[in-house]
Design a protein around this ligand. Sequence first.
Ligand code: SF4
Length: 77
Amino acid sequence: MRVSVDRDRCCSSGMCVTNVPEVFDQDDDDSLVRLRQNAFRPDQFEDLRLAAQLCPGGAITVVEDGPAEAGAASVDG
Ligand code: SF4
């Protein structure tokens, strides 16, 4: 699984931080999303899918690579 966040689309709602605090954080200066991890465990995948679905800005993208791969992250914007 790969996860990317687009800070240009983030509206600083903080929903991702509330739901998956070990992965998402908000920047102290502009409150935009930041990733705390650049690799993800399979047991986090379902929470990451939910975070992408619930993000009001559509700023979180999850790409499924395959059933047993390690996760990776990227940040845009
Ligand atoms: S849920 Fe979406 S809009 Fe809200 S802080 Fe996270 S990335 Fe930004």
